[in-house]
Design a protein around this ligand. Structure first.
Ligand code: CA
Length: 225
């Protein structure tokens, strides 16, 4: 899943980005409202973390602009402490939730998970293929009832494939969904990650679910491709 962080305080922005990446999200960062609105309009994000006090365009203006253009990505606003009017304005304009500063990172994660669960693109159901199951609410993965321990990146890859089970996912779509804009797609790190995931999810079991589609990408499916 891909998150856009719009925050002009550079240290806070990189703290948020680092924490989110450690939890398996792909993250892009914008340092002003104008750039934030431009990236948000692309519609490629699953959620946006948006500061209100920003140079060039305020967070309010960003919300207004993207909602007017029909972008329905869930937005979590970061508001200054003790500014109840900011919260009301933000929610009225179309933000989905807010978090007063200073916040604790665990709460950012919890609120994002809640927003992603409510989002129509992210149905709150357990994702399944054959005897492999992934619960986005608890991030628990099992195969044949046995719990499988995945790193955040492996989890992100599996969730991405499971949400598109039965359809071929191209290498570039996978790279875009799991890593950041600046990721160098010429490296073989995708293949390395897929192999690590296979070792945990497929190798110990007779039925293989992750299939390579030569020179295109991968498909997760019960049927061999
Ligand atoms: Ca700010």
């Amino acid at each position: 899943m891909r998150i856009l962080v719009v925050e002009d305080e550079k240290r806070l922005a990189s703290y948020l980005a680092k924490g989110l990446r450690e939890n398996g999200y792909a993250v892009d960062v914008a340092h002003d409202g104008e750039e934030g609105a431009r990236l948000a309009r692309s519609g490629i994000y699953d959620a946006i973390v948006l500061d209100i006090l920003l140079p060039k365009q305020s967070g309010f203006e960003v919300i207004r602009a993207v909602r007017r253009e029909g972008v329905s990505t869930p937005i979590l606003c970061l508001t200054a402490r003790g500014e109840p009017n900011d919260r009301i304005t933000g929610l009225d304009l179309g933000a989905d939730d807010y978090l007063p500063k200073p916040f604790n990172f665990a709460e950012v994660l919890a609120r994002l998970r809640a927003l992603l669960r409510r989002s129509p693109r992210m149905a709150p159901t357990v994702l399944q293929c054959a005897d492999l199951a992934l619960d986005p609410a608890t991030r628990r993965v099992t195969r044949a009832g046995k719990e499988i321990d995945l790193t955040p990146r492996e989890y992100a890859l599996l969730e991405f494939l499971l949400r598109r089970a039965g359809t071929v996912v191209t290498r570039s779509a996978l790279i875009e969904g799991i890593w950041d804009i600046n990721f160098d797609s010429l490296t073989n790190v995708l293949d390395v990650l897929v192999n690590r995931l296979r070792t945990k999810v497929d190798v110990p079991f007779p039925q293989k679910l992750i299939h390579t589609v030569r020179s295109v990408g991968y498909v997760l499916s019960e049927e061999p491709s």
